[in-house]
Write a protein that binds this ligand. Sequence first.
Ligand SMILES: Nc1nc2c(ncn2[C@@H]2O[C@H](COP(=O)(O)OP(=O)(O)OP(=O)(O)O)[C@@H](O)[C@H]2O)c(=O)[nH]1
Ligand SMILES: [Mg+2]
Ligand SMILES: [Zn+2]
Length: 314
Amino acid sequence: MSEISGQVLYGINNIYTVAVADRKLQCRIKGKVLKTNKRQYNPIAVGDLVEVLPDPFSENQGWITSRKERSSSLERWNKKRRASQVLAANAELLVCVASTNNPPFRPRFIDRLIISAEIGNLIPVVLLNKCDLGVEAAVRERVEVWKKNGCRVMSCSALTGEGISHLEEVIKGYTAVFIGQSGVGKSSILNCLEPELELKVGEISSKYDRGVHTTNFAVMISLNKNTYIIDTPGIRELEVTGITQRELHGFFPEFSPWSGGCAYSRCLHIDEPGCAVKDALERGDIHPDRYISYMRLFNDLSDFQKGFYGSAYS
Ligand SMILES: Nc1nc2c(ncn2[C@@H]2O[C@H](COP(=O)(O)OP(=O)(O)OP(=O)(O)O)[C@@H](O)[C@H]2O)c(=O)[nH]1
Ligand SMILES: [Mg+2]
Ligand SMILES: [Zn+2]
């Protein structure tokens, strides 16, 4: 029996459900073939294109023998395990879902999602949900910064259905990963797109003002012939991985008009004297919250580098 090609729809406890030509197979990874030198939390992720060897004793089981190179991957640094974790593979769009309110709007978290999309070769799209609750001026202001930086932004309400048909047009023909904090409404939006999905939707904990982690694992769903969506569990934090501190400013397009004016040509815009980016910040030409985002990411990346080159390999 030869191997057949398939795509991973989801994985639970190291058992992966793989869509092959006409059926779904429950697969384990065969031997140690997928071990690499790079520290990886999970060798296989949702969306991975794999080769599968069917089990001669069972119609619905098999083994994953290899994985094709990924055209894109959404990754985060797992601090505890000191390894990179792939959340989804081979998608084209990363729909970064935020809520205007309830749970609170967290723009710096969205900044991280946008950067991770760009690092992983995905197109980021910010989707502001729960617009029925009203959109505060501070939220609008922050949204404008993303737009000015060239990031696509859409708004919708899974409750009223506003903006859903636009979203449908945008993702048509693509594989789109939906990601965001717990409770922002990822599964609700997907149910709006396709009511037959009947994805489980959770409440917002009134005590903690956040979601209750209703979706437990990432799952790839076919919306129609050429459109796929990946619903993911809510994440609270995202440690950006795959870039150095020096590369970070490249992900802040609003710095670039000024950075040529810094006294040091290799200025990192942290505490160097004569920093034109800091001057622009003080004048109000750079949004202060975006600069905070930059600084926090900068500090986190140093931790990451320590983790990566330090104990991870010692
Ligand atoms: N007012 C309002 N409530 C919404 C909207 N979309 C979702 N909700 C509510 O928000 C809560 C959380 O929705 P979910 O769809 O479970 O959120 P999620 O992002 O999938 O959460 P996790 O699976 O935990 O990551 C539910 O009570 C929804 O009814 C919306 O557009 N407006
Ligand atoms: Mg969900
Ligand atoms: Zn500078």
